[in-house]
Design a protein around this ligand. Sequence first.
Ligand code: F6R
Length: 250
Amino acid sequence: MRIYCEKDYDAMSRRAANIMAAEVIRKPDCVLGLATGSTPVGAYKQLAVMCRQGDVSFKEVRTVNLDEYKGLAPTHDQSYRYFMNNNLFNHVDIDPANTSVPSGLAEDAEAECAAYDKLVESLGYADLQLLGIGNNGHIGFNEPDSSFTKETHVVDLTESTIAANARFFESANEVPRQALTMGIGGIMAARKILLIANGTGKADALYNTVCGPITPECPASILQLHGNVVIVGDEASLGKVIAAGVPVCK
Ligand code: F6R
């Protein structure tokens, strides 16, 4: 695990965007696993700038997103499909047909999950999987639980995730109670994983991810078993990891 400690959100975003751009330049037809939420917005902005300046092209890139709220249409402004279009896809030269987000509207959500796993498998899994992390240690919407779930599945969101995501909705009541999420198997099958985090709210989750036992109580702790993980955090989010004496790159 290589850990970069950046001074603030902007520096974290630049580092993350550079790592992602490097992957696209190395392999123009790579598969990028993508995340939503507040953390990657800055990195996506940087990638859009790089693309506009002609430093990187997404023409051949395929993408697979981690998750989607169950019940939200792609046109809903809080759906993850809408988020991706708005924050990245509409600002780079990617072919929309090469982008995939699970459908929150599928009548048979279980079948949608199974089909999503087949799709990700048929693409050969992600060359680079971008992850954010929940305050509770979730990755994708793999919430703390008594066991890890390998496949894409429908998940009941925890009260802490609903509370954390209420900031994006009019009220906590509006936050969908369920989501479709790629499972731990799909995430761990990525050749490289880039986890990004900022703010003190993520400090415990990052500490448990890096220094804690590998347990489904902190889903991100499974990343200790992956051979190619890069964590990029700001000083606030990495405070506890650094205090524990874990070496970080500056
Ligand atoms: C979203 C996702 C989630 C978020 C996490 C952090 O696609 O997979 O795991 O990365 O909830 O969200 P933010 O970045 O809003 O703190």
